[in-house]
Design a protein around this ligand. Sequence first.
Ligand code: GNR
Ligand code: NI
Length: 170
Amino acid sequence: MAKLPILEFPDERLRTKAVAVETVDDEVRQLVDDMLETMYDARGIGLAATQIDVHRRVVVMDVSDDNSQPLVLINPRYEPMGEEKEPLSEGCLSIPEYYAEVPRFLKVKLNALDRNGEPYELEADGLLAHCIQHEYDHLEGVLFVDYLSSLKRDRVMRKMQKRHKLMQDA
Ligand code: GNR
Ligand code: NI
């Protein structure tokens, strides 16, 4: 397994739209394993392949407290269950140390392939539902700061540029 570097906003590669996986083979399973290791190491609850500069429709998640429930989403699709939305404070491994409330569908029905290429369906609410929508957005090149006002987004941009400069100088 390998831990992979995570792209950070405003890196333009985060804007790439990912392509569907045609066959879930050993290479895809290796990618999944590397992504899980990277996500757990970074203490995130989700990671999209886009974030490690692999532009294929692969996501890993684990919203459990003890890293005991890894979820693999290959070619995920979701439908909102009802129109209700709720705001929840989100963070993103590609935008470290920044959190903001984002309204998302309260409940969604997920369809995806698992690490064996088997299709499954899952009904989710709460944090899991938020995470599914957040990760799906990554595959489309969308970040949660896109939902904020341009004033806030510019502030985040400057904060991130400062961070990257500090890291470079160190
Ligand atoms: O670790 C993460 N926490 C989180 C909290 C609320 C809603 C979504 C997330 S996903 C995020 C990890 C990440 O950046 N995934 O792309
Ligand atoms: Ni994210």
